[in-house]
Design a protein around this ligand. Structure first.
Ligand code: T3D
Length: 261
């Protein structure tokens, strides 16, 4: 059974983490298949949005701990190799993909699984889902961008509480805290996430990519630099066919037919 399911329909590349018996935790094969799927999302013009979700009762439980042959007294292992070759490139790929990535969190998202969800552009969670910064429970540090995303999304006090305590945060609280876009009833999750993704796949793809870039840079830019960046990105956006179509459609009081160009 493939550890990732991938399908392309009406411009949406759906990627499902598919190791349900392991709560979709990461092993090297799943990393590699996800890497390939995101490379396809990047390279193919036919892909205009990505929808990431999990099979079964979990979204993703982070690293598959059964793959870590560690025990008290045994030789230590160097986890920087795993972050350097798998988790960090994955987060960079998600952030740098110039197309919107929707994450449908269908169940528990723990460890790197929680932070990979947060690295996506828009997170919708099922009401029964939860987010767990499980790292401290096993003596580790939040990774996959957790120490970057969490304080920016919910503030340092809540980020610190989540990281140090490693307790489950319900999807409802996650939405209330501003960690995610919204929570929906479990039965509505697939439909809602697909509708958002389809909406993106019919949208001004290049403009979306530029919005991602603007927000990504705003994390470190001062206002002056960000204003300059907005000027430059708007220049690029103004050169797109979709901008011309958007304004024409507005004036003609019709739905725009964006081509992603
Ligand atoms: O190593 C490196 O490469 C460094 C990078 C690390 C990145 C990381 O993600 S580190 C953090 C790793 N993840 C965790 O620590 C999460 C561990 N899991 C949990 O805390 C809980 O299982 C959950 C909160 C995710 C879910 O809790 P619950 O009560 O719903 O389920 P459960 O009963 O704990 O788990 C169900 C089964 O899934 C269970 O197996 P069993 O007993 O039925 O055979 C459990 O062992 C298994 N499972 C859950 N998480 C993992 C896992 N198996 C392997 N790896 C897991 N991460």
């Amino acid at each position: 059974m493939a550890s990732i399911l991938v399908s392309l329909e009406t411009g949406v590349l759906s990627i499902t983490l598919n190791r349900p018996d392991k709560l979709n935790s990461f092993n090297p094969e799943m990393h590699e298949l996800l890497r390939r799927a995101l490379a396809r999302a990047h390279d193919e013009d036919a892909v205009r949005a990505v929808l990431l979700t999990g099979a079964g009762r979990a979204f993703c439980a982070g690293q598959d701990l059964s793959e870590r042959n560690v025990s008290p007294g045994a030789a230590p292992i160097d986890l920087s190799l795993s972050l350097g070759s798998h988790y960090n490139p994955l987060v960079r790929r998600l952030r740098e993909l110039p197309k919107p990535v929707v994450c449908a969190v269908n169940g528990v998202a723990a460890g790197a699984g929680a932070n990979i969800a947060l690295a996506c552009d828009l997170v919708v969670a099922a009401r029964s889902a939860s987010f767990v910064q499980a790292f401290s429970k096993i003596g580790l540090v939040p990774d996959s961008g957790g120490t970057f995303f969490l304080p920016r999304l919910v503030g340092t006090a809540r980020a610190m509480g989540l990281a140090l305590l490693g307790e489950k945060l319900s999807a409802e609280d996650a939405a209330q805290w501003g960690l995610i876009w919204k929570v929906v009833d479990d039965a509505q999750l697939s439909k809602e996430a697909l509708a958002i993704s389809r909406n993106f796949s019919e949208g001004p793809t290049k403009g979306y990519g530029l919005i991602k870039k603007a927000f990504s840079m705003s994390a470190t830019n001062a206002l002056d630099a960000q204003l300059d960046l907005e000027r430059d990105l708007q220049r690029q956006a103004g050169f797109t066919e979709d901008y011309r179509e958007g304004v024409a459609a507005f004036k003609e009081k019709r739905k725009p037919a964006f081509k992603g160009k």
